[in-house]
Design a protein around this ligand. Structure first.
Ligand code: ATP
Ligand code: MG
Ligand code: MG
Length: 549
């Protein structure tokens, strides 16, 4: 969109292009840690990083930030790649921080040789205690003044596996009195005897995020390294490492992470939801993961539009989840094919319609586009399923649906008038009896009758069955992440399963990944576990003017 003003990162990039910094080159990266599935917050980062590259004729690397062997897995690597491509983006190179382990080790040795790093035998607690407080300087541990040769030997021994986890660490030697706690001799390497999903048992020392990230950016010659605001205090260390190692000067820029109402967004918390069985899986349609949204029926375009609408800010904020819902409605309203389904059926009998007669009515697939994207056949007969809600024994005045003496139009079909109804022994209505007006057929109506309401229906002998899953928010609390225990505000009614809904026969041909508007009920999509023998639909989102509300 040309009229839109530039966001602050676009301004930085344009300025760099103007001044010829990096020779007019733009190379961004998206650096997920493969310790979980991507969520909608990552989508914001993906759209930003890949979007900038597209906009300025640059490229984006996909770099797996795999420096923590304990939590990482190739299952996550595969899901991350799939999700990025599904969102519509393609990386220039697929890279792994673990591929740089040898280079990073060399950098650490270089720092030791320059007197800028040392091996510390203190425990984690001792190091934390000696770090001081923001108002009080830290104090050196007894190991800070080890000689360069001793440090080189000890670091080599760390790598060789001579020590147990936590016995020693490598620290940068910067400034124990710095007002920035991250500069008070931060940890560069720790010992971890663990199997790594790519390097196996080759390493037992692993670089810390702060030592791996900036150097990886530099190795790849990333021009704009974009991360979230909490990394602002890490930036001086990012710059320090690059300066002391005299390597390519990548620059870090920070933007506000996406926070969304009624949603938790940290992989750690999402993993708990899966492990504690609050949801079925990472791709449960209630999850804010990309895979969950996809299974729910969100389209890539709707997520990209959402990211575009929320923009890029420098200050923390909270986005209303209804904006995401707006974006998918907006997209599906234009693309979803219209169909009929009845979720809570009651039988309607047209007493004056010939027994055994079937009419094949025609319904446009998509009235939002010219030509309607073709049509489907909707069989009509004497007995129909309608929604129980569309009949009332004692209808109030403004009830424009069915009740004794009331008339409605059956969508794509005829006007019917209710004359009678049948109850079972418990007083529950089991059948609604109507007469139809033969010359009121949609498209060729000469009856001159006017009715206010139109309802959906399914012909009883032609109905197909399906399981339909209706979703509500996973959390009742607007900001679940702020609570002491985010699991306390889980909505126990976030999933409502309709075991046996009736759907029009054409829906048996529903295509995975396609959106359908079930008239008056919302937007739906076929679930990934649906089979021809057991059809399952997920409700993506309700209609905006949902009559159920
Ligand atoms: P989480 O807390 O969910 O585990 P993370 O930042 O640890 O998130 P990474 O795999 O390291 O997850 O994230 C990859 C990239 O995605 C990072 O550059 C990070 O800044 C970005 N990112 C993660 N969460 C969000 C968010 N909520 N909004 C915007 N960007 C995000
Ligand atoms: Mg991270
Ligand atoms: Mg994390």
């Amino acid at each position: 969109s040309e009229e839109k003003s530039l966001n602050f990162i676009e301004e930085i990039v344009e300025e760099d292009l103007r001044t010829g910094k990096h020779g007019g080159r733009v190379l961004t990266r998206f650096p997920p840690e493969p310790n979980g599935y991507l969520h909608i917050g990552h989508a914001k980062s993906i759209c930003l990083n890949f979007g900038l590259a597209q906009q300025y004729n640059g490229k984006t690397n996909l770099r797996f930030d795999d420096t923590n062997p304990v939590t990482e897995d190739t299952e996550y690597v595969e899901s991350i790649k799939k999700d990025i491509q599904w969102l519509g983006f393609q990386w220039a190179e697929e890279l792994y921080t673990s591929d740089y382990f040898e280079t990073l080790y060399g950098y650490a040795v270089e720092l030791i040789k320059k007197g800028l790093a040392y091996v510390d035998d203190s425990t984690a607690e001792e190091i934390a205690a000696a770090k001081g407080t923001p108002t009080e300087p830290g104090i050196p541990t007894p190991y800070r003044d080890r000689s360069i040769t001793e440090n080189l030997d000890l670091f080599a021994d760390m790598r060789a596996g001579k020590y147990k986890d936590g016995e020693k660490v490598l620290r940068a030697k910067i400034d124990l009195a710095s007002p920035n706690m991250h500069l008070r001799d931060p940890l560069l390497y720790r010992i971890k005897h663990a199997h790594h999903h790519r390097t196996g048992n080759q390493w037992c020392i692993y670089p810390m995020y702060d030592f791996a990230h900036g150097q990886s950016d530099s190795i790849e010659k990333i021009t704009h390294s974009i991360c979230t605001l909490e990394f602002i205090p890490h930036r001086p260390l990012y710059d320090w490492c690059i300066e002391k190692l005299e390597i390519f000067p990548s620059k870090q820029y920070e933007f506000a992470r996406l926070n969304m109402t009624y949603t938790v967004m940290s992989k750690r918390k999402l993993l708990q939801l899966v492990n504690d069985k609050f949801v079925e899986s990472w791709d449960d349609p209630r999850m804010p993961t990309i895979s969950g949204l996809r299974r729910r029926g969100y389209t890539p375009a709707s997520i990209r539009n959402f990211c575009d609408k929320i923009g890029v800010q420098k200050r923390e904020n909270m986005i209303d989840v209804s904006l995401l819902e707006f974006c998918i409605r907006e997209d599906l309203n234009k693309t979803a094919w219209r169909r009929m389904a009845v979720l809570d059926p009651i039988k309607l009998v047209i007493t004056n319609y010939p027994d055994g007669q079937v009419e094949n009515l025609v319904g446009e697939n998509n009235p939002e586009v010219e030509g309607g994207e073709g049509h489907r056949i909707i069989p009509f007969s004497k007995e129909l399923w309608i929604e129980r809600e569309d009949f009332m024994e004692d209808a109030p005045k403004k009830f424009f649906r069915l009740g004794p003496g009331l008339s409605v139009r059956l969508k794509h079909a005829y006007i019917v008038t209710c004359n009678d109804f049948v109850k079972d022994e418990n007083g529950k209505v089991t059948e609604v009896h109507c007469t139809y007006v033969p010359n009121s057929k949609s498209g060729e109506d000469t009856s001159g009758l006017k009715v206010k309401g139109t309802i959906h229906w399914i012909s009883v002998p032609h109905a197909k069955e399906a399981e339909v899953r209706l979703y509500d928010r996973l959390f009742n609390d607007e900001n679940p992440a702020a609570a002491e225990n985010f699991k306390e505000s889980i909505n126990p009614a976030s999933l409502h399963v309709v075991e046996r809904a009736y759907i029009e026969p054409d829906l048996a041909n529903a295509t995975p990944g396609k959106g359908y508007q079930f008239i008056r009920l919302g937007y739906f999509t076929l679930d990934t576990h649906s089979t021809p023998a057991h059809l399952v639909f997920n409700r993506t989102v309700t209609l905006k003017d949902s009559w159920g509300k």
